[in-house]
Write a protein that binds this ligand. Structure first.
Ligand SMILES: Cc1ncc(COP(=O)(O)O)c(C=O)c1O
Length: 391
């Protein structure tokens, strides 16, 4: 558990009105599950004198992830963004690709960086995921594909998106950066579309410090992505394809192997955190906890709250109050990719077709969570919110 200290009565007496937390309480505190196993893995890499270039730890990691997700291939990468770029290239996407604006900007940048135009489609305000009706509306003769994002670990509408892709001859892939361990209709995320891309960044529920992976059941695609990940090398000094450096290093794979062992414990802890927040926030006017589908798996990693128009305090004022108390709540993805550069200049009127994205972006607040947060800390966070909203 965290060493973070909640101020007690003694502190109040000495300092007058100190912040609720003496140390900042962050969103996205890294989960460090099995330190000894990680260090043993690092020692193994050093003993092997094999630090990168598809080493034994990376190979073991890929096999374990593929087994866990029930997919044929897992191609480990240095991070999720490069993994997205490689997947986009391997699929041969060109022209325009439909994506949500309500996502981390890497989803859009991975396209734009390669001369492809991201076309932003609106979301379902309940799930925060792509709305299939909006996706259909954005298809043009230049559209080559769709990237669905499983936002907050909740599966995008996979079936509907696949039907649209099939109908229009489009490629479909998923940004599964948030969705390690999640499911769609009971089946593990990682198996859908042409391929799925994970991020194992330090802030994710499952992390390799920096890292990512592409999963696919397509042998040829996996082979192409392996080549692209390693400059196009097929064997020693034989380059047969253009490529980049997308390799995961052995130390990151050691972290992944250690964290895989304790992942389900993290999910259980996150579920308890979510339930505790839900209970402690109950009845505060205008504060709604984004719920997870109980019949699907989800790591419950993100503690997402919507501050509605019926809340007497504006979202940004509430965040300012929390931050003054050392509770570093965040807006997340605000104001939407379409209002970030270069997309803001490219599509100055995008908001007209993104009404739900606009509303959600103005309401979302993400609260500190993660495996190290305590029930006492959660209660303290919620007390600050309650006092501010209904004093
Ligand atoms: C939805 C989404 N896509 C892509 C990425 C990029 O992943 P990475 O930080 O591993 O490059 C992130 C994460 O940070 C993300 O949240």
């Amino acid at each position: 558990m965290s060493g973070k200290k909640i101020m007690g009565e003694a502190d109040l007496a000495i300092h007058g009105a100190p912040p609720a937390f003496s140390q900042p309480l962050h969103v996205g505190q890294p989960n460090i599950i099995n330190r000894d196993k990680f260090l043993a893995g690092v020692a193994r890499a050093l003993d092997n004198r094999w630090l990168t270039n598809n080493g034994p730890l990376v190979q073991e990691f890929e096999q374990r992830v593929a087994d866990k997700l029930g997919v044929k291939h897992c191609v480990a990468m240095c991070n999720g963004t490069i993994a997205l770029e490689i997947a986009i290239r391997a699929l041969g996407l060109t022209g325009e690709v439909i994506v949500p604006s309500w996502t981390f900007v890497a989803t859009a940048h991975a396209l734009y960086w390669q001369g492809i135009t991201p076309i932003f489609a609106d979301i379902d305000p309940v799930t925060h995921n792509l709305d299939p009706v909006a996706v259909r509306r954005m298809i043009t003769p230049r559209t080559s594909g769709i990237i669905g994002v499983h936002l907050w670990g909740r599966a995008a509408p996979v079936g509907e998106l696949q039907a649209i892709a099939d109908e229009h001859g489009l490629k479909l892939m998923f940004d599964a950066a948030h969705a390690f361990g999640s499911s769609y209709r009971g089946q593990s995320i990682g198996q859908f579309g042409a391929c799925e891309v994970f991020s194992f960044h330090a802030t994710k529920s499952f992390n390799t410090m920096e890292g990512g992976a592409i999963t696919t059941n397509d042998d040829d695609l996996a082979e192409a992505m392996r080549l692209m990940r390693n400059f196009g090398f097929k064997g020693y000094d034989n380059v047969i394809h253009p490529g980049t450096n997308g390799k995961m290093i052995e130390v990151c794979a050691a972290m992944g192997l250690a964290n895989l062992d304790g992942f389900e414990d993290i999910v259980v802890a996150n579920q308890a955190t979510h339930a505790a927040y839900q209970q402690a926030l109950e009845g505060i006017p205008g504060i709604k906890v984004l719920s997870y589908d109980l019949d699907e798996r989800n790591s419950h990693h993100y503690m997402v709250v919507e501050v509605g128009s019926d809340c007497p305090v504006r979202r940004d004022d509430l965040i300012a109050t929390l931050q003054a108390e050392n509770i570093l709540a965040r807006r997340y993805f605000w104001p939407g990719c379409h209002r970030m550069q270069p997309y803001r200049d490219l599509f100055p009127h995008a908001e007209l077709v993104l009404p739900q994205t606009k509303v959600v972006a103005e309401q979302v607040m993400v609260l500190p969570a993660g495996a190290s947060i305590t029930l006492q800390q959660i209660q303290a966070v919620c007390d600050v919110i309650r006092r501010r909203v209904s004093p």
